[in-house]
Design a protein around this ligand. Structure first.
Ligand code: CP
Ligand code: NVA
Length: 310
């Protein structure tokens, strides 16, 4: 389907790798401008008269509400569709759903399981499609994360990020995001829990072997890092087993581990957190934590994205 893209307009965001370094920078600058204009109460209603469908095949708090809020602030109307309420949940194909929704709405965000489903939707839809989380990637999260890091440190290039625990969708999109932004990424994961091999090789192609690292020792990853990031041990759709928890237990982000980080280091988590598992209360609620800014920035980053794509 020819979506007649010019610049970012008309494009899809299915993976962080869909953005060039320059386009990532553009989205982040637009997000900062949106944030400032919202603060001044002077948002330009660039989605006036436009609808954005938000389809969820998995639960969501932040993604759902931050997208709804962003569309609202831009003067458009969000249409939230839980898969169980629409025919998609009864076997209508993703591609038929995309063709039909394209006749009503101006963009579609989809949260689902397989990355192939957002790809199928994007092929069928005539409007921009946004990945609102798949098993492989969570690009909207990482846009907000990079925005948060940029606000904190005034730059992205050269910042060292350590990711601890399960090499999941968030870990994958972070690897690509760090590669695009000129950051250094070290994931510390138990053997067998590494980020996706295809994603890692793409990130390394973008940024070089030395910049995107995977290690087993959490202290090695944390040492000298300015951003310490973790996420749940059991992602939506994964099986929760005692073995999994046992394997991931040494990667808990706690005070002792945080002491090995850079003095200025901030703590990040995409949320929802499982307190007492991958992160302690003390660290999540402590002075280094920027998790609430991160959650807020979801709205600003997605507003910027919608403004540029739609
Ligand atoms: N971080 C994030 O995507 O949260 P939700 O699952 O609540 O949308
Ligand atoms: N990795 C988590 C992120 C939730 C926002 C999951 O996929 O469940």
């Amino acid at each position: 389907m020819d979506k007649k893209a010019t610049g970012l307009r008309g494009r899809d965001l299915l993976s962080m790798a869909d953005l060039s370094p320059g386009e990532l920078d553009l989205v982040l600058r637009e997000a900062l401008m949106f944030k400032e204009s919202l603060r001044r109460g002077q948002v330009e209603p660039s989605l006036r008269g436009k609808l954005v469908a938000l389809i969820f095949q998995k639960p969501s708090t932040r993604t759902r509400v931050s997208f709804e809020a962003a569309v609202h602030h831009l003067g458009g109307k969000p249409v939230v569709l839980n898969a169980s309420d629409i025919q998609l949940g009864r076997g209508e194909t993703v591609s038929d759903t995309g063709k039909v929704l394209s006749r009503y709405v101006h963009a579609i965000a989809l949260r689902t399981f397989a990355q192939e489903e957002v790809e199928e939707l994007a092929r069928a839809a005539e409007v921009p499609v946004i990945n609102a989380l798949t098993d492989l990637e969570h690009p909207c999260q990482v846009l907000a994360d990079l925005l948060t890091i940029r606000e904190r440190f005034g730059k992205l290039a050269g910042i060292r990020l350590a990711y601890l625990g399960d090499g999941n969708n968030v870990a994958n999109s972070l690897a690509l995001g760090c590669a695009l932004a000129g950051m250094r990424y070290t994931a510390a994961c138990p053997p067998g829990y590494e980020p996706d091999a295809g994603v890692l090789s793409m990130a390394r192609k973008l940024a070089g072997e030395e910049t995107i690292r995977v290690v087993n020792d959490p202290r090695e990853a944390v040492r000298g890092s300015q951003v310490i990031y973790t996420d749940v041990w059991v992602s939506m759709g994964q099986e929760d087993t005692p073995r999994r928890r046992n394997d991931l237990a040494p990667y808990q982000l706690n005070r002792e581990l945080l002491e090995a980080a850079d003095e200025e280091a901030v703590v990040m988590h995409c949320l929802p957190a499982h307190r007492g598992e991958e992160i302690t209360d003390e660290v999540l609620d402590g002075p280094r934590s920027v998790v609430w800014d991160q959650a807020e920035n979801r709205m600003h980053a997605q507003a910027a994205l919608l403004r540029l794509l739609v």
